[in-house]
Design a protein around this ligand. Structure first.
Ligand code: NAP
Length: 276
């Protein structure tokens, strides 16, 4: 997977200085949804650090940041490595508090449960569940010392609906959702908000290659979405920005679904069918 220059940002509904003076950390912030969240936060004034395993994935964001005068940095990091996260948090906090954490990094692929190897199970649980907890704990310790912060976890609607073929990811995302609700309460006294977003399917290189590798699968999925289409990563990112902002200061432990109605009950009617 390589990154190419993303399309220009649309006109923002948010005040241009919404995140002025804030520092954000976005895992997997160089591609897909993470990139769309990172560029919005940076365009709205935050210093944004992105981190993932492959530095090639950081180039598009760093180039766009330089061209626009955004404040940005990028780090090679595997979120499964607790010691590396702790060292990076220490390094980042030398320049001041980190106010915003977005746990977006993930890995996923379709595999029947009976054929899922121990290694494959561990890989996805390691990135999604362990990685989210490791970042949450290490950045959380800093936020506790610094007097507060905001965290946003990216889950998926199958965390509660389940989805055949992705038992590894569904189990991990369900764990992240439980983590979100638990820490929202546990850390409220430290002025830390912890929320989640649950997107339905949206186009990203990772998802398109691993989850709907051919048009037939994608068409079947779209038929099950009342809104009649996938989301865009940008639409999902706009909602993430809102939850990270002070406009959501009283929202914590919440999981916001953005799936065009796909996870709602449809009774005997197919999406788009006229109710008689
Ligand atoms: P994506 O572009 O493939 O993003 C995944 C990112 O995670 C990549 O930037 C990758 O960078 C990073 N990553 C993977 N393993 C990592 C590790 N061990 N350590 C650090 N970074 C790691 O996919 P996306 O579709 O935008 O997904 C973003 C989030 O949305 C994920 O949490 C996903 O589960 C969620 N989501 C996606 C959909 C969808 O339809 N696309 C639907 C619901 C939820 P490197 O390869 O450089 O490490």
């Amino acid at each position: 997977m390589t990154t190419e220059a993303p399309a220009p940002l649309p006109h923002s509904p948010f005040a241009p200085d919404l995140f002025q003076g804030k520092r954000a950390f976005v895992t997997g912030g160089g591609t897909g949804l993470g990139l769309q969240i990172s560029r919005r936060l940076a365009a709205l004034g935050a210093h944004v650090s992105i981190a993932s395993r492959n530095s090639e994935h950081h180039a598009a964001f760093l180039q766009e940041a330089e061209a626009n005068g955004w404040s940005a940095s990028a780090f090679v990091l595997d979120v499964r490595k607790l010691g590396d996260i702790a060292a990076l948090v220490k390094q980042l906090r030398e320049d001041g508090p980190i106010d915003l954490l977005v746990n977006n990094a993930a890995g996923n692929f379709v595999c029947p449960a009976e054929r899922l190897t121990e290694g494959a199970w561990r890989a996805v649980l390691g990135i999604v569940l362990d990685g989210t907890f490791y970042c949450t704990r290490e950045f959380g310790k800093g936020m506790i010392r610094d007097g507060g912060g905001v965290m946003l976890n990216v889950v998926a609607t199958y965390a509660w609906t389940g989805m055949p073929g992705v038992v590894h990811s569904a189990s991990a995302k369900a764990g992240v959702l439980a983590m979100t609700r638990t820490l929202a309460v546990e850390w409220a006294r430290h002025k830390i908000r912890v929320n989640a977003i649950a997107p339905g399917p949206f186009e990203s290189t990772g998802a398109s290659e691993n989850l709907w590798p051919d048009e037939g699968v994608k068409e079947r999925m779209v038929r099950g979405i009342p809104a009649g289409r996938f989301a865009t990563a940008g639409e999902v990112a706009d909602h993430a920005v809102w939850l990270l902002s002070s406009a959501s200061d009283y929202v914590t432990g919440e999981c916001f679904t953005m799936d065009g109605g796909a996870s709602l009950g449809q009774g005997m009617w197919q999406p788009g069918e006229r109710v008689r």
